[in-house]
Design a protein around this ligand. Structure first.
Ligand code: NAD
Length: 321
């Protein structure tokens, strides 16, 4: 078996490589060539941690495995990031253990890749202003991946905890873009693309605040009860997701579905747009919304790419197992 340690991931997987892996597996999901197994997520009653497994099989890419990990809220005091995960891959021909891959950076890269894929396929081509809601660990990865998809000329941002906005400003500066902290009215009125990446349990962005033609990537809501945008905004938008079953149960769409504003037939897998079987955006004034819930196949896709690159570059640790 092969071990790819967390410390090697940054030198192996670029945002571009993560983008290609995630776009390909979303396409495979929509063709029925890849599927996710049911998610397990448990509050373990220790350290306030949430722990679980996301898993699946990509028959097209021949990638089988799972990501084990979760959220440990007290980790920052220990000098560790709150999200901790490891990906385990198995040989789909024999079931033998194939690889253990550090999953922390991969999680951020595959999450940012998902919203970037949605921007590529759904945002207006003339999008100029990127709006960020959220300024936590994931937000910098999100911004870096997003700016590669359109010719943005500025970034505006809002965060519930204003003291964290420095992260957005620093990231925009690193990308050569001006940044301005704004209120939510201005954010909704000026941004052509909006990424939401928070841990909110209440709507932050309201329907009336968002202008026509905007593309919104809702990336923070990945658990029952979380919410980042008003359900009326979800109901107004043309809806896309990574996986419909997750969107309606743990994603941003859960609230509009529960309130009877939309049915699950209103939500299209982004893979259908990637594969050319759904037109995606059909007008310049339409609001498109991507509900990025985070599926196991994304993790497996980037981990498999990391294993290939680690072998190629000679940094994989090979163990007789
Ligand atoms: P973080 O802890 O570093 O940052 C949290 C962010 O949420 C900050 O911007 C904070 O100000 C904001 N926030 C916290 N409580 C809030 C509240 N009650 N109302 C509004 N905003 C609030 O977290 P992170 O690592 O940046 O992750 C952000 C979110 O993304 C988390 O909810 C995480 O579960 C989710 N996530 C989703 C995926 C996916 O695939 N969809 C993947 C990874 C993380």
């Amino acid at each position: 078996m092969i071990i790819v340690p967390e410390k090697e991931i940054a030198g192996l997987i670029s945002p571009e490589a993560a983008f290609d892996a995630v776009e390909a597996v979303f396409g495979a999901m929509a063709r029925g060539d890849a599927y996710n197994f049911p998610v397990i997520r448990e509050a373990i009653g220790h350290e306030d941690a949430l722990y679980g497994f996301k898993s699946g099989f990509d028959r097209a890419g021949l990638v089988l495995g799972l990501k084990a990990g979760g959220y440990w809220p007290n980790n920052l005091e220990k000098g560790l990031i709150n999200h901790q995960s490891t990906v385990f891959l198995f040989d789909p021909d024999t079931g033998r253990f194939k690889a253990a891959v550090g999953g922390n950076l991969l999680t951020a890269l595959r999450t940012a890749a998902a919203s970037a894929v949605s921007i590529k396929h759904l945002a207006r081509k003339d999008s100029k202003v990127l709006g960020m809601i959220g300024a936590g660990h994931q937000s910098a990865f999100q911004m870096r991946a997003a700016v590669k998809q359109r010719d943005f000329d500025r970034v505006i941002g809002w965060n519930m905890h204003p003291e964290m906005l420095g992260r957005l400003e620093e990231t925009a500066t690193e990308l050569g873009l001006p940044f301005e902290a704004v209120d939510l009215d201005r954010l909704g009125a000026e941004a052509d693309v909006i990424i939401t990446i928070t841990s909110s349990f209440d709507p932050i962005l309201m329907d009336a605040q968002v202008k026509g033609g905007t593309h919104i990537a809702c990336m923070g809501t990945d658990t029952k009860g979380k919410q980042e945008v008003e359900a009326a905004l979800v109901a107004r938008a043309t809806l896309f997701t990574d996986e419909v079953a997750q969107a309606t149960s743990i994603g941003e769409c859960q609230h509009a579905v529960a309130q009877g504003l939309i049915g699950e037939d209103a939500i299209t897998e982004i893979g259908a747009v990637i594969n050319g079987t759904h037109p995606g955006r059909t007008s310049a004034d339409e609001v498109t919304l991507f509900d990025g819930t985070g599926v196991g196949l994304q993790d497996l896709a980037v981990a498999s790419a990391a294993v290939d690159l680690a072998l190629e570059k000679g940094v994989a640790i090979e163990v007789d197992f």
